[in-house]
Design a protein around this ligand. Structure first.
Ligand code: NAD
Ligand code: TYD
Length: 341
């Protein structure tokens, strides 16, 4: 199986590639990534020498490149993924998340290959009570979630119109190793380590439903192997938390690990103006995925947060090179002019 993984240099897909290479010895992964600010080949340093792994620097919007690349199936992780950036400029979100997905769907249609589209619970919008299920209405509120909902609808249209074999996964907020430090959990960990202010939007009582990244990766793999074409699969671990509770938990654990004064770290919490259109609460019901695919989330939240903090403490070079911008040079040093840019 030659599997095209798009966005493989990002947070979730780099974890996914590592998982697939160990779980499926007969798989070859082709990682196609544009290497935006969020793409970091240093996420894959430990596997880049594998003869079952190929990296291509490229854009999912580049139809010619896709047509000349050999593969048997596509898992589409590539996206602009940060809500705050989509509020500042929606254009790249539409370009990559909508047009790029359309382009991949077209190639999948021409080849007759399976297409798994990795989406998000944010397409359902915000809910006061209960949890999102697969038939909940799509009510996205941010340009990011609107672009993801649009791509989900395009996938649906290719299934209905062209009989493409495709599945959609909708996962809740991920955390774990290799997450880019613009997202809440790694931002809090690094700002605590570096004694920098920790911005908490609004009253800190917005609720997100957190899942450990490897649980998400295993669910994507289960959908890829056992999912029904045209179906949507919600992925989550029934783990709702208000932001402020997570911030305080991380600060307590960082203080304990590094022998720092907990009260001093708590003083870094800085309530700032709210995000525009800030969704109040996400909650996802993963019962269908559990029932039909036999998948279960395995990581307990307290343990997952501890492992994540330990990972960031142990991998200072990784994040220092992101904070300094040096990580972007890794591609040129490794691959030079050998690959298409
Ligand atoms: P990320 O921002 O860490 O990584 C995105 C990757 O896509 C980067 O490597 C980037 O270089 C690449 N990319 C961007 N535009 C591209 C293009 N035009 N062509 C090729 N590559 C391109 O994102 P992530 O957090 O790992 O999310 C991965 C996927 O999972 C996204 O589709 C996202 O919507 C979805 N998702 C994320 C979460 C979460 O909590 N992070 C939750 C649910 C779903
Ligand atoms: P984020 O990690 O950006 O994920 P998403 O917006 O996709 O859910 O944000 C998670 C929550 O944390 C969200 O409610 C916004 C909040 N947040 C802060 O309070 N401060 C921050 O600096 C960031 C980045 C997020």
């Amino acid at each position: 199986m030659k599997l095209l993984v798009t966005g493989g240099a990002g947070f979730i897909a780099s974890n996914y590639i590592r998982y697939v290479l160990s779980a499926h010895p007969d798989y070859h992964i082709i990682n196609l990534d544009k290497l935006t600010y969020a793409g970091n080949l240093e996420n894959l340093k430990d596997i880049e020498a594998s003869d079952r792994y190929t990296f291509i620097k490229g854009d999912i919007c580049d139809g010619e490149l896709l047509r000349e690349t050999e593969f048997d199936a596509i898992i589409n992780f590539a996206a602009e993924s940060h809500v705050d950036r989509s509020i500042l400029d929606a254009q790249p979100f539409l370009q990559t998340n909508v047009m790029g997905t359309c382009n991949l769907l077209e190639v999948a249609r021409q080849r007759g290959c399976v297409f798994l589209h990795v989406s998000t619970d944010e397409v359902y919008g915000s809910t006061r009570e209960g949890a999102f299920h697969e038939a909940s209405p799509l009510l996205p509120n941010s340009p990011y979630s609107a672009s993801k909902a649009s791509s989900d609808l395009l996938v649906r249209s290719y299934v209905e119109t062209h009989k493409l074999k495709a599945m959609i996964t909708r996962c809740s907020n991920n955390y774990g190793p290799y997450q880019f430090p613009e997202k809440l959990i790694p931002l809090v960990i690094l700002n605590a380590i570096n004694r920098k202010p920790i911005p908490v939007y609004g009253d800190g009582m917005n609720v997100r439903d957190w899942i450990y990244v490897m649980d998400h990766c295993k669910a994507v793999d289960a959908v890829f192997h056992k999912g029904a074409s045209g179906d949507i699969y919600n992925i989550g671990s029934r783990n709702e938390r208000p932001n402020i509770e997570i911030v305080k938990l991380i600060l307590r654990k960082v203080a304990e690990k590094l022998g720092l004064d907990e009260d001093a770290l708590m003083k870094l919490i800085t309530f700032v103006g709210d995000r525009k259109g800030h969704d109040r609460r996400y909650a996802i019901d993963p019962s269908k995925t559990e029932r039909e695919l036999g998948w279960r989330p395995e990581m307990d939240f307290g343990e997952g947060i501890t492992k994540t903090i330990e990972w960031y403490i142990a991998n200072e070079q990784w994040w220092q090179r992101i904070l300094s911008g040096d990580y972007m040079e890794y591609y040129n040093a490794q691959y030079g002019e050998r690959l298409r840019t």
